[in-house]
Design a protein. Structure first.
Length: 213
C-alpha cells in the first residue's frame, strides 16, 4: 500500500528524458544510449595496467546518465550498465579470462554522504551475470581526497597518490584482475590503484570503465 501511494505521488520517471516509466529508463532513451555503445579495448604501454576497456565515450546523453547515476540517487541504473557489459558477447568473453573484479573504492565519508558506491553496485551485478567474484575487501581508500573532476591533470596525480590501501593481498598474488571504475579521464586513479595491486603481486590488470572522457 505504501509503495502504491509513493508511486502515485512520485511516479517513476525516465532518468534521461523525464517521461513516466516504471523501469526508470524509457525504451526510447535506452535504445538511444545503446546506439552510442562502443566497447573499445586499448592495449596500454608504460603503465601499471595492461589494458583499458570502455563502453562509451563520456559525452552528451551518456554523460547525463552517468552523472545522474552517481549524484542523483539513481542507484538502480547499475542494472542498465551491468547489462550493457554482460550482454556484449565479445566483452563477456574477454572478462571471463580474469579471476576477479575489484571496484575502485570510495572513502567512507563520501560513501556515507552519497549512500552507495556506484562502481560497487555494477560490480555486484556483474558477479551475478558473469560469475566472476566481485571483491570489495581487497582495495580501500584511506585518504578522503578532493574530487578528481575538480582538478587538472597533474593535480589529479598528486591528489590521488597514496590514497589507496590493499588488504588480503595474498588473495591477489599471481591473479588477473578487472579494475572497475565509472569514468576514465587522465587515468590517474587507475594508475594509482594498479600500482598498489601490482605491488601486492597481481599478474595482469584490465581497467574496465563505463565511459572514457
Amino acid at each position: 500500500m505504501f509503495e502504491f501511494v509513493l508511486h502515485f505521488l512520485f511516479p517513476p520517471a525516465c532518468s534521461v528524458c523525464g517521461k513516466i516509466d516504471k523501469n526508470w529508463l524509457c525504451p526510447n532513451c535506452q535504445r538511444r544510449v545503446e546506439r552510442l555503445e562502443k566497447s573499445i579495448l586499448v592495449e596500454i604501454e608504460n603503465q601499471k595496467y595492461e589494458k583499458l576497456l570502455y563502453l562509451f565515450q563520456y559525452e552528451s546523453l551518456v554523460r547525463k546518465l552517468i552523472l545522474r547515476y552517481k549524484f542523483s540517487n539513481k542507484a538502480y541504473l547499475n542494472h542498465f550498465f551491468a547489462n550493457r557489459i554482460a550482454e556484449n558477447e565479445k566483452t563477456k568473453e574477454l572478462l571471463k579470462q580474469y579471476d576477479m573484479i575489484i571496484p575502485v573504492p570510495m572513502h567512507k565519508k563520501k560513501r556515507q554522504k552519497r549512500g552507495y558506491n556506484q562502481t560497487e553496485l555494477v560490480a555486484d551485478e556483474l558477479e551475478k551475470r558473469l560469475e566472476i567474484p566481485a571483491r570489495k575487501d581487497i582495495l580501500s581508500k584511506v585518504v578522503n581526497t578532493t574530487t578528481q573532476s575538480k582538478l587538472s591533470g597533474k593535480a589529479r596525480q598528486s591528489n590521488i597518490q597514496h590514497a589507496f590501501f590493499i588488504q588480503n593481498d595474498f588473495e591477489v598474488e599471481d591473479k588477473k584482475i578487472i579494475l572497475l571504475d565509472d569514468i576514465y579521464t587522465t587515468g590517474a586513479t587507475s594508475q594509482e590503484c594498479s600500482r598498489v595491486l601490482k605491488e601486492a603481486g597481481v599478474e595482469e590488470i584490465l581497467v574496465l570503465v563505463l565511459a572514457k572522457d
